[in-house]
Design a protein around this ligand. Structure first.
Ligand code: SF4
Ligand code: SF4
Length: 64
């Protein structure tokens, strides 16, 4: 069964932290204050971060 996971276009991330606050699983962190990173093991694919990102740079990828 395929699972959905958040994927961030890190080159465009402004490290605003909106996705961190929106995530119910604490699956996103900011690396070196530069860009957001998703812990795929924690992510449940709920898409709340996608909706919260003001830069619209979060999408979903399907993982088998
Ligand atoms: S899809 Fe949901 S669980 Fe996954 S990183 Fe985004 S807010 Fe967190
Ligand atoms: S909400 Fe978007 S721009 Fe802000 S830290 Fe998250 S991915 Fe980066």
């Amino acid at each position: 069964m395929k699972k959905r996971k958040a994927n961030i276009l890190q080159n465009y991330c402004v490290a605003c932290g909106c996705c961190l606050k929106a995530c119910p699983k604490d699956a996103i962190s900011i690396t070196n204050g530069i860009y957001a990173v998703v812990d795929k093991n924690k992510c449940i694919g709920c898409r709340l971060c996608e909706k919260a990102c003001p830069a619209s740079i979060i999408g979903m990828e399907e993982i088998s």
